[in-house]
Design a protein around this ligand. Sequence first.
Ligand SMILES: [Zn+2]
Ligand SMILES: [Zn+2]
Length: 113
Amino acid sequence: MPVGPDRWELETHRWRQLRRAIVASARGLCGLCGHGPGADTVDHAIPPSRGGARFDPANLIAAHGKHPCPTCGRKCNSEKGSMTITEWRVFLATASALACSAASRSRGRPATQ
Ligand SMILES: [Zn+2]
Ligand SMILES: [Zn+2]
């Protein structure tokens, strides 16, 4: 299938409009880490490379990307990469469980009884 510059221009334009609409309707709240504000990119719940629809609003999530999340510091969009939203949630849960146990280990036991 030939993909000429015309088609690319068209898709880019369509994507820009869609992205703006998704970010605006999320009001800066990131659908990946759940924090706001600052979500400035749009990610696919199921990446097109994994069979997800590229231009379906139901498959699109506002996400931190250009700038990291002010709350958790993640660049959610680029960290998620080609994970599906389900894989990402498992990844986040695992990462925060590890961070919690590491934090409680380094804190040690409370000094008071
Ligand atoms: Zn985020
Ligand atoms: Zn966050």
